[in-house]
Write a protein that binds this ligand. Structure first.
Ligand SMILES: NC(=O)c1ccc[n+]([C@@H]2O[C@H](COP(=O)([O-])OP(=O)(O)OC[C@H]3O[C@@H](n4cnc5c(N)ncnc54)[C@H](O)[C@@H]3O)[C@@H](O)[C@H]2O)c1
Length: 284
């Protein structure tokens, strides 16, 4: 049996953190496969202690344009995933407009650096608040609507390799992403009876603004031994012309390949699984 060109035709997806980078790549990929895609982002700095720049509302508008160019209908909202009411309003608009919600890509996240016993309380609260609690709020808003729609669905939680291993220098980020593993696995059991699958993906070294060379140079300059936990990826990138290179960073579109697989029927029996996306680096 051949795979349909638009296997997600008739499905509706929600992608958080979609103004740029990985979130945008996921939104555009799902649209190109036939889905209507609701996109959201805070489009502003989450905190002054985040060293890399934030996206703008224009970036989110560009994602909407790209989703529509890829063939999907779209809705968008500038919101903070730490605000449950705003997420619930967006889900209500989604159901009013499209009648269903099938796919959630809980992708929004934030990173900053510091040793655990030196972190300002605000940094701990901010990173846990966005990455862990904000992802729970995304689920809290979306799952009741998915259950009511009665079509089952797929939830993809964007964790990190830092959710599966120690990452000295950003232990609060690691703790937030490890918390997402527990959230994923418990939700997979709870939502399974409604036909909703839940899996987490664990990227490493994806070429996005979050990878801030200055912030990393500063922490690794102070604590060179921490570099050991941020090893190069062992798997060579074999290009179409046969040239192999050791890639330092992977493009967001490669992560979208995995999201697309987990969103679609090809993964219909996969739930409660952690999928590393790191060209084998976890095994060091
Ligand atoms: N880049 C990497 O190497 C890497 C590795 C592992 C995991 N991740 C994870 O991948 C996801 C996407 O990150 P990215 O690499 O595309 O970086 P990014 O900074 O470009 O994307 C994150 C997006 O989330 C949005 N966001 C942050 N806080 C928000 C909030 N409170 N409410 C709504 N939106 C918010 C940001 O504005 C941004 O657009 C994140 O969860 C990140 O932790 C990234």
């Amino acid at each position: 049996m051949s795979t349909p060109v638009t296997p997600l035709e008739g499905k509706v997806a929600l992608v958080t953190g979609a103004a740029r980078a990985q979130g945008r790549a996921h939104a555009v990929r799902l649209a190109s496969e036939g889905a209507d895609v609701v996109v959201t982002d805070i489009c502003a700095p989450v905190s002054e202690s985040v060293s890399y720049p934030a996206p703008t509302p224009d970036d989110l508008a560009e994602t909407v344009r790209l989703v529509e160019e890829a063939g999907g209908r779209s809705l968008s909202a500038v919101l903070d995933i730490r605000e449950l009411g705003a997420l619930q309003d967006l889900v209500t608009r989604t159901i009013a407009t499209f009648g269903r919600l099938d796919i959630v890509v809980a992708n929004a996240g934030v990173l900053n650096w510091g040793r655990l016993w030196e972190l300002p309380e605000d940094d701990w609260d901010m990173v846990i608040g966005v990455n862990l609690s904000g992802t729970w709020r995304t689920i809290r808003a979306a799952v009741p609507a998915m259950i009511s729609a009665g079509n089952g669905g797929s939830i993809i939680i964007v964790s990190s390799s830092a959710g599966l291993k120690a990452t000295p220098g950003n232990g609060h980020y690691s703790a937030s992403k490890a918390g997402l593993v527990a959230l994923t696995n418990s939700l997979a059991l709870e939502a399974g009876e409604f036909g909703i699958r839940v899996n987490s993906i664990h990227p490493y070294s994806v070429d996005t603004p979050m990878i801030d060379p200055d912030g990393m140079a500063e922490i690794f300059g102070r604590f060179p031994s921490y570099l050991h936990s941020f090893s190069p990826m062992p798997l060579k990138n074999v290009l179409a012309d046969g040239v192999s290179t050791l890639a330092d960073f992977m493009p967001p579109e490669e992560v979208a390949d995995v999201v697309s697989f987990l969103a679609g029927d090809g993964s219909r029996s996969i739930s409660g699984v952690q999928v590393p996306f790191d060209r084998g680096a976890l095994r060091y």
